[in-house]
Design a binder for this molecule. Structure first.
Ligand SMILES: [Zn+2]
Length: 352
């Protein structure tokens, strides 16, 4: 189904939603918290379908076995309502997805106006605000008013990485449902079935690199292993570059390569983090490696490297991530990170 990924994992959250739906005790405002890429938006849309599906009356018939009830029984994903929610054009389901950019008050005002209108179909109005931590203060305060006095027959779902990222007054008005990482083995199995030509070992690497996030793992599977190898080779972190080759020009070229496509920076930083973590782990317990397909390289490099230096490298990556999250200059933050890493590498395993 285009634009609608199947759900994997999250059995606790789904069971809870199923129970709340079956009992009719779903709050009018929900907060789905958890890292990006776990499937919070997909499950929000699934819930919107459950509330609007033509066959939603099954809710009443299935009260006994409600652990199986959601999402298996409801919604059908095939009726007119379900299909138009999947296609993103259902008049009663409004999704605000500002691609991680600030969500301004005008957007919230138009949402409020849409919610004040009569329900078009026979189900409920559902508003989904993706990445609600990106609401500006004004926008958040405007939304708060709707959460305080919601229009009838309306469910508002907010998604965010952590409840702490939102105004406490907003959080206190929401029923919070937390989403955790999907188990690596479950995710790897799912990936193997989904991506042709992927073997289980590679799938485990990708699942771990994605930190148990299905959407992220899928994104990485499309060229993730090759992207990792290219990045490690450019950075010299695979130990194959000699110190004198890592001149300033190559370091800056590497930073430019990373900053060129902003949407992949998060992946690239994750690759560096898991690699550095593996270098620390390699000398202690190789069974715990994430990049298992490169275990020989990792063990050889780890034997030549001081763990203290690796921790400094890790710190360089983490502080670049923090700066980027705080909207620092992207290119500059990555250049500083690249220079710090190179300096550390030149004193570590690239020594002739
Ligand atoms: Zn349906």
């Amino acid at each position: 189904m285009a634009g609608f990924e199947p759900i994997i994992g999250h059995s606790v959250a789904l069971r809870l939603l199923g129970t709340l739906l079956a009992r009719g005790s779903l709050a009018h405002a929900l907060l789905f918290s958890g890292k990006a890429g776990l499937g919070k938006l997909t499950i929000s849309r699934l819930l919107a379908m459950a509330l609007n599906c033509d066959k939603r009356d099954l809710i009443g018939e299935n009260k006994k076995g409600n652990e199986k009830f959601f999402p298996q029984r409801v919604p059908c994903k095939n009726c007119r309502n379900c299909r138009s929610i999947i296609a993103g054009n259902h008049p009663d389901v409004i999704v605000i997805d500002n691609k991680n950019k600030p969500i301004k008050i005008e957007r919230v005002r138009s949402l409020i106006a849409a919610l004040s209108m009569k329900v078009y179909g026979t189900g409920s109005k559902v508003a989904i605000v993706k990445a609600a931590h990106m609401l500006t203060l004004q926008a958040a305060n405007a939304l708060l008013k709707v959460l305080e006095e919601p229009p009838g027959n309306t469910i508002i779902i907010l998604t965010a990485p952590h409840a702490n990222d939102l105004l406490p007054t907003i959080v206190s008005r929401c029923q919070q449902i937390r989403f955790g990482s999907v188990n690596i083995e479950t995710l790897a199995n799912w990936l193997v079935g989904k991506v042709s030509g992927l073997d289980m070992e590679q799938a485990r690497v990708l699942a771990a690199m994605a930190d148990g996030r299905p959407a992220k793992a899928l994104e990485l599977a499309n060229g993730g292993i090759a992207q990792r190898d290219r990045l490690l080779s450019m950075s010299g972190l695979d130990g194959k570059l000699t110190a004198n080759k890592m001149d300033l020009i190559s370091v800056l070229a590497w930073a430019a390569h990373m900053s060129a496509s902003p949407e992949t920076i998060d992946n690239r930083l994750s690759i560096l983090e898991t690699w550095l973590r593996d270098l620390v782990v390699a000398s202690i317990n190789p069974d715990l490696l994430i990049n298992k397909d490169r275990s020989e390289d990792l063990i050889a490099m780890a034997s030549k490297t001081d763990p203290e230096q690796l921790l400094d490298c890790f710190d360089a990556v983490c502080s670049a991530r923090r700066q980027l999250e705080a909207n620092a200059n992207r290119r500059l933050a990555l250049e500083v990170m690249a220079m710090r890493l190179t300096k550390l590498l030149q004193h570590g395993f690239n020594q002739p």
